[in-house]
Design a protein around this ligand. Structure first.
Ligand code: 6PG
Length: 242
């Protein structure tokens, strides 16, 4: 347990295929160990290919009935909005596999107060996973500015030490978001980054081999206290690593 691993594949398809296999293995192990897999899905475009592979090839290999689904961040839009991370995950994965509806927890982005929505989500995490809530797996992406979840450079959320979920403002629209904080992320048993494409190569280099400055490179804040980090990269995203 613990440490940082890199898994580099030639292209996005093979990267997502490798990650899908690891996801399935982790789900089977977690279900055998404590009866469920508690996963936080990632937003953005990169995971869509992964979710499609999981829906198409892992409908029976993953014990979906035992999976609790959360999101590591969410744009503050309605669930049926084109920019909703929940909506994207639902369309590409969740409506194609037998997850139990009462085990799927979209962030409550229809609540008028984002701060209260964050508190409500914390309550749902604690009620489901205990105190402190420990996710078996958090999937994360990486922006070309080294943001992850909705922890953007200069965000106060990077330095949060109490709250598990809080509002944030993104450089990437939609700007109002909810995000896991480092407190929750670093309590996870495993964090998997999925990063592909040459546009992310500099951010990967800065995060993994640059100066230690999480306020500037937020993905650097991801250091699970008792868990592992695996970077699932394609050759283009890994090209600047030494
Ligand atoms: C979001 C994500 C965000 C994303 C990165 C990479 O809501 O947009 O949480 O952190 O993972 O911006 O996005 P792409 O995969 O679209 O490049």
């Amino acid at each position: 347990m613990g440490g940082v691993r890199l898994c580099i594949s030639p292209d996005p398809e093979q990267t997502c295929q490798a990650l899908a296999r690891a996801f399935a293995d982790l789900a089977v192990r977690a279900a055998a160990d404590h009866g469920h897999l508690a996963v936080a899905l990632a937003g953005g475009q990169s995971p869509k290919r992964l979710y499609h592979i999981l829906a198409r090839d892992y409908r029976t290999a993953v014990p979906w009935e035992s999976v609790y689904v959360f999101w590591g961040d969410e744009r503050y839009v309605r669930p049926d909005h084109a920019d909703s991370n929940y909506g994207t995950s639902r369309a590409t994965l969740l409506q194609h596999v037998p997850v139990q509806t009462d085990r799927v927890f979209p962030m409550p982005t229809t609540h008028p107060d984002p701060a209260e929505a964050g508190r409500l989500y914390e309550t749902a995490l604690r009620a489901t996973l205990g105190e402190p809530p420990r996710l078996d797996l958090i999937l994360l992406g990486l922006g070309d500015d080294a943001h992850t979840a909705s922890l953007f450079p200069g965000s106060a959320a990077i330095r949060e030490t109490v709250r598990l979920v809080m509002p944030a403002h993104g450089a990437k629209p939609p700007r109002v978001r909810l995000t896991f904080t480092p407190v929750l992320i670093n309590g996870a048993a495993a964090v998997y980054f999925l990063v592909t494409g040459s546009s992310k190569a500099r951010a990967v280099k800065q995060t993994l081999q640059g100066p230690d400055d999480p306020f500037r490179y937020p993905a650097q804040v991801v250091k699970p206290r008792h868990g592992e980090v695996v970077w699932w990269l394609d050759a283009e995203a890994a090209q600047e690593l030494e």
